[in-house]
Ligand binder design. Structure first.
Ligand code: HEM
Length: 541
């Protein structure tokens, strides 16, 4: 009798499972008019074919086989990968109204509910408001007004490297981190100390990356029924609890920074930061504290690791390709001489350093597949149907490796950007044919394109010029230029365990760096506008 009851309860469960298996089997079948791609398996579709590590390499092989757009089935969910700049231009840029949303991920919904994170928010009124705030802060002349801070922090970066080169990664992270802390919150961090704001931020970022990692939570987007399966009954046991822990830490950090900004403003400090301006219009615009706290937080999330990782690629490339380093050094020496450091006013006179920056972004884009977009309406393109809610991936990696446009695309060659502003072969047809083609796709495209691009480019050129002026960067062991073993995985990637040595180019430069750093302490007080109220620059060695 007991056995019969047990069997009876099993029947609805089996029916439930069979129903979903049948449903997902039907949904995982490729539509005839969907863009071509590898053959999907029943139920899971192409999920098994997408590697967790460096998926862009697999997508590049699909690009060769299937052409400009690859169509993939991820369980019941659709994804397309745009492999050419034309496809990005025609869809993401020309049809921004329906190609600018973001995928809905259960784990990010737990960590940042209510669309508070502008970078992951769906296309709509709230995102537009958030984006406007960020663009007003990062766009146009405002970006140039922030160059003195980038200049000052990059001077401290090379000063720090000169004295403690073994911690160069920390110095790079601190420099870009402090730029964001200053411009967003009106305060700085002069050392990368345990328990400090930047250290706390990176701890939370690490927890966030672990919680949103590809295998850390159930693929609810591909199999929505998993949403209603109890946590304990899945292989991802505890994922909601882990996500809630990240939410608490992140919210605490961002609200804490906002609270500190208010306290500092009350005593007249940090008066012209992004947050100070947001607080001025808070009541008029109906921004609540949580909303503002996350707008500040996303600028830290978007602006620090990306710029620091790009600088790591520059350091790798300079060590691996000494001829390019020598050419960059020749340019900065000729422009600035030996008695002063290159700085913000030299940017227009450093075309080769700028070309190095573009080539670093092209050669090893640190976000090789950008951030996924999602369609908010059905569309047709070149005879294919792209349904609503399809994830759209910009395959920046593949676009940057296009041998028809770039000569020897695998080679690191900054000079390509001197010969052609988009880096293309000199024999490429008239520029008009490439109207709309970008120099690099590392900042994404369309309405979601990185709002910090110009801000980041300024900081990178200034930092690269100073590094080239001050140091020879030499290999001390194998360098990860043809292998991915020593690269991190995740949305943002970078080379790790870099086997390099920084050698001051000559003794005279040491004096110049020390003096430049010393002067910062004074000139910072005189920096007009917002910077006058910041903590003075000083280094605890
Ligand atoms: C080398 C440096 C950087 C790289 C490579 C980079 C790359 C990207 C990429 C690929 C996207 C997604 C674009 C898309 O969806 O099409 C993005 C978005 C974003 N970036 Fe950056 N970024 C950098 C620096 C910055 C900086 C300095 C800031 C701010 C201070 C910033 C803030 C943002 C924000 C807020 C978004 C989300 C935009 C939205 O969804 O509307 N980024 N970035």
């Amino acid at each position: 009798m007991v056995l019969q009851m047990y069997q009876l309860t099993l029947i609805p469960i089996c029916l439930y499972v069979l129903y979903h298996l049948y449903r997902y089997h039907k949904l995982s079948v490729r539509r005839k008019d969907f863009p071509p791609g590898p053959t999907p398996l029943p139920i899971i579709g192409n999920l098994h074919q997408i590697p967790i590590s460096r998926p862009e390499l697999r997508f590049a092989t699909y690009a060769k086989e299937y052409g400009p757009i690859t169509g993939l089935q991820l369980g019941s969910h659709n994804m397309i990968v745009l492999n050419t700049w034309e496809a990005v231009h025609d869809l993401i840029e020309q049809k921004g109204g329906s190609y600018s949303s973001r995928p809905k991920l259960a784990v990010t919904d737990v960590i940042v509910p209510g669309g508070l994170n502008p970078a992951f928010n769906k296309h709509g009124e709230l995102w537009r408001k958030q984006r406007k705030l960020m663009v007003e802060f990062l766009g146009g002349d405002r970006t140039d007004a922030m160059k003195p801070v980038q200049d000052a922090e990059s001077t401290q970066m090379i000063y720090d490297i000169m004295f403690a080169a073994e911690n160069f990664e920390d110095h790079v992270l601190r420099s870009f981190g402090s730029v964001i802390l200053e411009t967003v919150y009106g305060q700085r961090e002069n050392t990368f100390k345990p328990g400090g704001k930047l250290a706390r931020f990176f701890e939370v970022e690490e927890e966030w990356a672990a919680a949103v990692g590809a295998t850390a939570s159930p693929p609810i987007q591909s199999f929505p029924f998993l949403e209603s399966v109890p946590d304990w009954a899945t292989p991802w046991k505890g994922w909601r609890r882990r996500a809630a822990k990240v939410k608490k830490a992140q919210k605490g950090l961002y609200l804490g920074l906002l609270r500190e900004t208010k306290e500092r403003l009350a005593v007249g400090k940090g008066v012209d930061s992004f947050m100070a301006r947001c607080l001025k219009i808070q009541d008029k615009e109906w921004y609540d504290d949580l909303y503002l706290a996350y707008c500040g937080g996303i600028l830290m999330e978007g602006g620090i690791e990306t710029s620091a990782s790009t600088t790591m690629v520059f350091i790798l490339a300079m060590a691996a390709f000494p001829d390019t380093m020598k050419r960059a050094q020749f340019e900065v020496d000729t422009t600035c001489g030996l008695k002063r450091l290159p700085g913000k006013d030299d940017i227009p006179n450093l075309p080769y350093v700028r070309a190095c920056m573009l080539e670093v972004l092209r050669w090893r884009p640190i976000i090789p597949l950008a951030v996924p977009h999602t369609t908010s309406a059905e569309d047709t393109y070149k005879g294919y149907t792209i349904p609503t809610n399809t994830d759209v991936i910009i395959n920046a990696w593949n676009i940057h490796q296009d041998g028809l446009f770039f000569q020897d695309p695998a080679t690191f060659n900054p000079a390509r950007y001197l010969e052609n502003e988009r880096g293309g072969l000199p024999r490429t047809p008239a520029a008009s044919e490439y109207k709309g083609r970008k120099s690099v796709y590392s900042f994404g495209a369309g309405r979601r394109v990185c709002p910090g691009q110009r801000f980041a480019e300024n900081a990178l050129i200034i930092s690269f010029a100073k590094l080239a002026w001050a140091f020879d960067i030499e290999p001390t062991g194998p360098l990860a230029i043809d292998t991915w073993d020593d690269w991190t995985d995740g949305l943002v990637t970078r080379p790790k365990n870099l086997n390099v040595r920084f050698k001051l180019r000559d003794h005279g430069r040491r004096k110049v760096i020390e003096e430049a750093w010393g002067e910062l302490t004074c000139s910072c007080v005189n920096m007009k506008m917002e910077w006058s109220n910041m903590a003075p620059i000083s280094l605890v060695l």
